[in-house]
Design a binder for this molecule. Sequence first.
Ligand SMILES: Nc1ncnc2c1ncn2[C@@H]1O[C@H](COP(=O)(O)OP(=O)(O)O)[C@@H](O)[C@H]1O
Ligand SMILES: [Mg+2]
Length: 431
Amino acid sequence: MKVLVVGTGGRDHAIAWKFTRSPRVKEVFVAHGNAGIARTATCVNLRTIEEMADFAQRERIDLTFVGPEKPLSAGIVDLFQSRGLAIIGPDSRASRLESSKCDTKVMLRELGIPVPEFENFSDPDRARDYVRSVGYPVVVKADGLAAGKGSLVCDTVEDAEQSVRALMEERIFGDAGDRVDIEKRLYGRELSFFCFTDGTSVVPMVAAQDYKRARENDEGKNTGGMGSYSPHPWLTDSLVKTIMGRVAEPLIAGVREKYGIVYRGILYLGLMLVGEGADITPYVLEINIRLGDPEAQVILPRLRTDLVDVCEAILAGKLGATRPEWDPAYRLCLIATSGPTKGKKGWYKGYPDRYKIGLPIEGVDDIDPDCLVFHSGTEINASGKLVTTGGRVLCIVSSGSTLQQAREKALTEMEKVRFEGIYYRKDIGLE
Ligand SMILES: Nc1ncnc2c1ncn2[C@@H]1O[C@H](COP(=O)(O)OP(=O)(O)O)[C@@H](O)[C@H]1O
Ligand SMILES: [Mg+2]
């Protein structure tokens, strides 16, 4: 069969790679991909969801899998379905669970799913009154999509007022800040939890630990992610049961029964676990409608079951009868980013601040074939050289029977990769 993957990042490279491992798949296309993805699959330069649907019809694509949230929110699933094309991902109504933090929090509360105390505002004066009145630290969140930067965690009332001003009056994320969700700041252990769902059955995936901060020891700014590993260090079977029973299952059943939303595809729960042992409560901070990056890069290589079979079960509403199998060995993902470089007018600080692009990359072909290499921001330039195009450039995914083995392997192999200013965290997976 022929598969189309929508996306351009490291996560999407991992998805495309996984499909190439299926004996049932003859060809994988990626819209629109990057230089690394082009080594794994056939990249096609399609930019709009209409172009993608036309392509899928013309090429007789049997299955489409959507990596990022934007095309999902734009209604790619509705469009494909209206043309009778098989596609994996939530439709535009279900996608609101990611693209409206305000409406989602209300739904979750109505369904009895644990959420932090919160209130939604469209008037900045009322929002300010609220943050002055509550008497505890808050998080001020833009309602809409803001590329993972729209949640402002505040220490003081002044911080919170400043956040309200930035989102609602200075409109630093445009329309996304027309409304804000202001919620109580919780303290606990944060966890990203991924499931497959067909709208009725929900099947948990193995979990991954990710690293969001730019610098070692979890210092520096927040980024899209600097690395990850799986299995997760403290997610036990009983904790999985608690999350499934208190969040994942009531959520999928609740949105279907109460709001008529049939949620199909990947469910990504952003959780804060508060309390310990039997008293643990998994509070939902946010819902995402897709796989995480860089979690997918370590989760998918552990999936032993054919991803096509899982997708078909989702489409047929038969996920309840499938039990995906997972490889117990560790996977560790180390991301090389565009670090500090000297420009004409001084230094660029490097990702997530300003960085240079177009820098030649050497050594990728010397990486041990036991490792996987997934690209995020690379292209082939006019003279045929592999060069950087983004803050996150590429990652190496290693495996090992222990976490430390996997970590050492990834670090050894990463030393072979060279480009000006290359930076990666050396403490990913360090215990
Ligand atoms: N209620 C909360 N209490 C404490 N920390 C929070 C809370 N809500 C969000 N955060 C922190 O802010 C980060 C981003 O918030 P999130 O809701 O995931 O939005 P987004 O990923 O769109 O920025 C979370 O990963 C978490 O670290
Ligand atoms: Mg988040």
